[in-house]
Write a protein that binds this ligand. Sequence first.
Ligand SMILES: *[C@@H]1O[C@H](CO)[C@@H](O)[C@H](O)[C@H]1NC(C)=O
Ligand SMILES: *[C@@H]1O[C@H](CO)[C@@H](O)[C@H](O)[C@H]1NC(C)=O
Ligand SMILES: [Cu+2]
Length: 561
Amino acid sequence: MDVKFLYIFLVGVLILLNERINVIALPALRERQEPADNTTLGTWKIVGDSGVSGMHAVVVAPKKVIFIDRLEQNHLKKSDGLAAISSEYDLDTNQARPLSVYTNTFCSAGSFLANGTLIEAGGSTGDDINYRSGLQTIRVYDKDIGDWIELEGILPSNRWYPTMITLPNGNLMILGGSTKAVAVNRADINNPTFTIYPPPNGVMQDHEFEFLTATLPNNLYPIVHLIPNDEGKALLFVFASKESIAFDLGTGQTVKTYPKMPGGFRSYPLTGTSIMLPLSPIDNYKPTIMICGGNKDREITSVSEASCGRLALTTENAEWEMDDFGGTPRVMPDVTYLVDGTILFVNGAGTGFAGLRKGQGANSLYTADNPVLFPTHYDPIAKTYKALASTNIPRVYHSVATLLPDGTVLVAGSNPSSVVSLGIKFPTEYRVEIFTPPYLYTTTPRPNIVSLQDIPTNQQRIPIFYDEAITMVVHIKSSDLQPSLKAAIIHHGFVTHSTNMNQRYVNLNIENFYPDESIADQYVVTLKLPPNPTIIAPGPHYIYLFNYNAPCVIGVDVLLN
Ligand SMILES: *[C@@H]1O[C@H](CO)[C@@H](O)[C@H](O)[C@H]1NC(C)=O
Ligand SMILES: *[C@@H]1O[C@H](CO)[C@@H](O)[C@H](O)[C@H]1NC(C)=O
Ligand SMILES: [Cu+2]
C-alpha cells in the first residue's frame, strides 16, 4: 500500500515538475530551434550609397527607390556636372542614378495620383545660379522617361514642411507648412491653408485651414490620414502639436474634435510619428491611429517622449489609450508596417528635438543626441513591444525608413548639418542599410506569387479595382505545415521627417484557396479588394500574402482604381 501511494505521489511530483520545466523551458527551446540567434532579432547590412542624402524616400517600383535630398553639394553628379539632389536607387545593383531636379526640395512632400504618377511639392529657396526656388514647385516623376519634370510657380503660396495626401477621388491635398524655412513655425510665416492638385476647376487655389493657426508653433508636417467610411466621403484625420480633428473636405467642416493627446508635443520640431493601425474587413475597417515619440521641451537635454497613444477615430467619445513606447524615449522616430501587419519603429534620438546643428567643428551643438540604434517591433494585436538588433549608424534629423516589397526595411539618411559635413559625430549620411526583420529568417515556406488575374507579376503594374475579387496563382513549397495564408494590400507611402504620407495597410479577405491539382505546390487564391477608396486611396500599392508570418517572396505591384 505504502509503496503504491509513494509511487502515485512521485508520479504526481514528476508531472508537476515536468509541467514547470516545460513552462520554463519552452521559450528557450523555441529560440534554440531558430537557425541562429541573430536571426531572432533581425539583421542589419549596409548595401550601398544613396548618392544624395536620404532626406525623403519613396518606393516607385518593386526594385527601385527614389531618394530626394535638398540642394547641397552631394558627391553624385548629374550629366551637367552639377551635384544631384535626387537619385533613383536600384535595389538589385545597389547603384544610385542621378535625377534632374533644378529647384530646391528642402523640405518637401510627396504623394501618388490615382494613375500612379508620383507628385512632389514644395521646398525652399535656390542658390540663384544653378538651382531655383522650390517653394512653389510641383515635380512630376515621369516613369517612362525615368526622371522628374518640374512645374515652377504652380503652387499659389510657398510651402516648406507641408504634408500631402491622396484623396479618395485620386486628387492630392497639399496642406500646411510655412512660407519660409525656420526652426520653429510662427504666425507671420505660417501657411494655414491647403490646396488641391490637379485643381478641380483648373485654377490652383488656397483654402483656409484654421486648425493650423490654433496649433502653432509645433505644427509643421501635420499628420494626415484618410478616415474610412461607408459614404465615400473625403474625411481626414488631421493632427498637429497635441490636437486633432476629423475634417470633412466635401463640406469644409470640422466634424469632430478629439481630446488633446497626453504627453509631450508630437510635431516638428518636437517630432513624433504616426501610423494607422492595419485596417480589416472583420470590423468594417474601424480606424485606430497610433502616434508615438516626440518631446515636451525644445531643449537639447530634454529626454524624448517615451509614450504612444492610440485613438479609435470613429468611436464616440474615444480617449487616447497611452503606453510607454516599449520603454524607449524617441524623438524623430520613423515607422513602417511589416508585411505581417506588425509595426517597426526605427531611427531617432533619446534626447532633444529636430533641427540643424548650431556652430561648426568641435564647438558644434546638435539639437538631438543619444541616437536610438535599435528598432522597436510592435505587435498591434497583443500591444507588445520588442527591441530588435542594433545598427551602428545613428540616424537623427533627416533620416528615412520604408518597407520594401521583399519584406525588408530600407533605412537611409541623417543629416543635421546645413551643408554636407563628413567626419563629424552625426555626418551627412549616404550609407543605405537594409534591416532584415526576424520574420524573414523563418523556416516556414514563403509564398511566391507568380500571377495575378493571369498576368505574370512584377513585369508591369497590374490594374485592379475596388470591390472586385482577384485571383492569384501562388507557389508554396510543401512542408510539414499545411499552408495558412493571410493577405494584405499596402501603400508604402512617401517618407520624410518621420512623416510617412499615405502609408496604409489593409487586410484582405481570402475568398477561396485551393491546390492546383495539375502542378505540385501550386495554389489558386482569390482575394476580395476593399469596397471603396476611403479605406485605401487609389494609386500604386503592393499586394502581399503571408504563410503564418512568412511573407511572400515579393509583393505584387498593382494600380488600384
Ligand atoms: C548570423 O550570425 C551567424 C553566426 O554569428 C553569422 O554567420 C551569420 O552571417 C549571421 N547572419 C546574418 C544575416 O548576418
Ligand atoms: C497622370 O495624371 C497626371 C495629371 O493629370 C499627368 O500629368 C500624368 O501624365 C498622368 N500619368 C499617366 C501615367 O497617365
Ligand atoms: Cu528638414
